[in-house]
Design a binder for this molecule. Structure first.
Ligand code: PMP
Length: 444
């Protein structure tokens, strides 16, 4: 710059203008580069350097461990001790066969549907939500291709780049990635056994936020939290709503696991307590029914639903019509209630079995919670220092897949997320024994 006789502030202003025009970007590792530089080779007639080009998209890559997990899950014979989905044998296969048979007798359109979702499904969901204490007219519901899509739509449609969301620390892995990749900062609020720590939230809102981190949205998983399994109590939920009111923040409630209560129904949702439309509520069929169906929903004020439906139209034209028709029958014909009644005792048995195995093999080296629903046990090693990364790789070499705590909170050093939803009891027995032995060998 000096040799060109340009002073630093002129240069900084020029860089800012280029960034604002989308011509340069901060790279994930830091620094700045000219957009599209990985494509230089092409411009010069050389063969494309794809290894360089794949560094340049703005979406963050998964951590190497997550990429490994995503591949290993499909390996034959692997024992999945952390997977956040139901085992195939717990899914309602017969009910879906019946539903597909009824659908095959119907005449249907093969055209695009409304991007907001089929009216038939939104009406069925409106009735279902009412049974959960949530009043949502079909016009206040957006059907999404899995609730992760709702997080993406909100990240790009409601939140300004550079703004910040508040969220539990730790939190659902891909919510963190969706926010991060959309250029949104995050303020993690500590949790305790009763979920989000409301006093710490108040402290953060009053004096803990850097000026540039003004937050107006709190993302929370109040029931059977991923990854900790905790449940926010009735009292805390009321306190959260009144804090949100007093501090002028909105709430995004992720109810992915709410229906999966095992001991007693979860306290009423935050949305059911929402008096002035400040809570957005998302749900999904993925956890209790079928993740492969890719069917979720978002409930919110109509301007939000219309805005996000418009982006959804531009993104994927709407959720698969076949999945929506199946889901509409699933709710309207009472399949959901019947399925949950059968699923709960089986999931309860698996939870109790995993707790028994923990007692048998982990008593001297770890502590854990007893979840009242959902899939997860948040295990903390207590017997000294241990590299969770090494534990992950050592277990994987022996055919056991685990989910390290640092996937859900970058700085976490001593937790694992265990799930009792996927492994069969026999696999659980073998896997947990191997995990305990491997951990014991690694303790310093
Ligand atoms: N929220 C939470 C808390 C989750 O755990 C998950 C799945 N792991 C999702 C949302 C997204 O699920 P889907 O997109 O399949 O609805």
């Amino acid at each position: 710059a000096q040799s060109m006789g340009v002073n630093r502030s002129t240069l900084v202003t020029a860089m800012d203008n280029l960034a604002a025009a989308g011509m340069i970007e901060g790279k994930h590792g830091g620094g700045t580069y000219v957009s599209g530089s990985g494509w230089h080779a092409l411009a010069h007639g050389a063969a494309p350097d794809w290894n360089e080009a794949i560094q340049e998209g703005w979406y963050y890559p998964n951590l190497p461990e997550v990429q490994l997990i995503n591949r290993a899950e499909f390996q034959h014979g692997i024992i999945r001790l952390g997977t956040g989905e139901l085992a195939p044998e717990l899914m309602p296969e017969d009910a879906f066969k019946e539903i597909l048979r009824s659908l095959s007798r119907r005449s249907r359109t093969l055209n695009y549907l409304e991007p907001q979702g089929s009216l038939e499904l939104r009406e069925a969901l409106s009735d279902f939500l009412l049974t959960c204490g949530i009043q949502a007219s079909p016009s206040a519901i957006l059907i999404v291709s899995g609730s992760l899509q709702a997080l993406h739509l909100i990240s790009v449609g409601l939140l300004p780049r550079g703004s910040a969301v508040l969220l539990e620390k730790p939190s659902y892995l891909y919510s963190i990635h969706a926010f991060q990749s959309a250029g949104i900062k995050m303020n993690g609020i500590p949790m305790d056994a009763g979920g989000l720590h409301i006093q710490r939230l108040k402290d953060t809102l009053r004096n803990g936020l850097p000026q540039s981190h003004t937050s107006s949205l709190l993302y929370t998983i109040p029931s059977f939290h991923n990854p900790t399994g905790s449940v926010m109590s009735d009292t805390r939920r009321n306190e959260l709503i009144s804090t949100a009111h007093a501090e002028g923040i909105s709430i995004l409630e992720d109810a992915a696991y709410t229906d999966l209560w095992l001991d007693e129904p979860s306290p009423q949702s935050l949305k059911a307590r929402d008096l002035d439309g400040r809570v957005l509520h998302m749900g999904t069929l993925s956890k209790a029914v079928s993740p492969g169906l890719r069917l979720g929903w978002l409930v919110g004020p109509e301007p939000v639903i219309r805005r996000l439906a418009d982006i959804k139209m531009q993104t994927d034209y709407g959720t698969s019509s076949l999945a929506q028709e199946a889901a509409a029958l699933w709710f309207a014909e009472g399949y959901h209630t019947r399925h949950m009644d059968c699923l709960r005792p089986e999931l309860r048995r698996r939870r109790d079995f995993m707790l028994e195995l923990l007692k048998r093999y982990f008593t001297e080296i770890a502590e854990w919670n007893k979840p009242a629903g959902g899939f997860y046990i948040w295990l903390r090693f207590t017997a000294g220092s241990l590299s969770i990364r090494k534990l992950f790789h050592a277990c994987l070499r022996d055919g056991v897949l685990i989910h390290p705590g640092y996937l859900y909170d970058r700085l976490d050093a001593d937790h694992l997320r265990l799930s009792y939803a996927y492994a069969s009891p026999e696999e659980m027995e073998r896997g947990m024994q191997l995990l305990a032995q491997t951990a014991k060998n690694l303790f310093k």
